[in-house]
Ligand binder design. Structure first.
Ligand code: IMP
Ligand code: MG
Length: 200
């Protein structure tokens, strides 16, 4: 990864780790005395889930759900597929869905509807980032690590064309990289721009 791929570091590793101490404490308090089922949304939430998990000492079970939505350019097409179903039974359970970023909210609304149909005792949402834009269906996350302006960001699990997920911090991409449609790493043929294309 070339540091010149990034325009601005929005959140440093230190800021993220410090905030996660507070956020984990909020979650601990909210679920005190309960048996939590934490559901990570693949793939973007992997770092966030891992960093939260090691801070939580309450009894919990971990599952993941995989979803993908296909977007033509930057507009949602409404197509939505489950790529990894839940493995654990969530009926009568206290479920906390953990995702990387709340953008339009379309993804979490679909996940909310799917999990609600399974009859959990409670269902709440925790996101690492919340963009300052109106979200569909008024989906309000219960726990938010950071609110950010409406910029396309990468790092700490978030990707641009499947790259940069491994950055320990969050950054905006340089206009040059966006113009090129990616860094100089060759992109496998058939890999489209996908839904993660920043506005061009
Ligand atoms: P939503 O359904 O519009 O809320 O989009 C949620 C998904 O879009 C996230 O889980 C990310 O995978 C992706 N996404 C939205 N904004 C960004 C961004 O700024 N950087 C990287 N991925 C993003
Ligand atoms: Mg995602």
């Amino acid at each position: 990864m070339n540091p010149r791929d990034f325009e601005q570091v929005l959140l440093t590793e230190k800021q993220i780790q410090h905030r996660l101490d507070q956020l984990a404490a909020e979650i601990q308090e909210a679920y005190a005395g309960k048996d939590l089922t934490l559901v990570g949304v693949l793939t973007g939430s992997v770092m966030f889930v891992a960093d939260l998990l090691r801070r939580l000492t309450l009894p919990l079970r971990l599952d993941n759900i995989g979803v993908s939505s296909y977007h033509g350019g930057t507009k949602p097409s409404g197509e939505f597929t489950v790529t990894k179903a839940l493995r654990l039974d969530v009926r009568d359970r206290d479920v906390l869905v953990v995702d990387d970023i709340l953008d339009t909210g379309a993804t979490l609304v679909r996940i909310r509807d799917m999990i609600t149909a399974l009859g959990p005792r409670s269902l709440r949402f925790c996101v690492f980032l919340e963009k300052q834009i109106p979200h569909s269906d008024d989906l309000r996350p219960d726990f938010v690590a950071f609110k950010i302006p409406n910029h396309f960001v990468v790092g700490y699990g978030l990707d641009y064309r499947e790259r940069y997920r491994n950055l320990p911090y969050v950054a905006t991409l340089s206009p040059e990289i966006i113009r090129q449609g990616g860094s100089d790493i060759p992109v496998a043929s058939g890999a489209g721009r996908g839904k993660n294309a920043p506005p061009t």
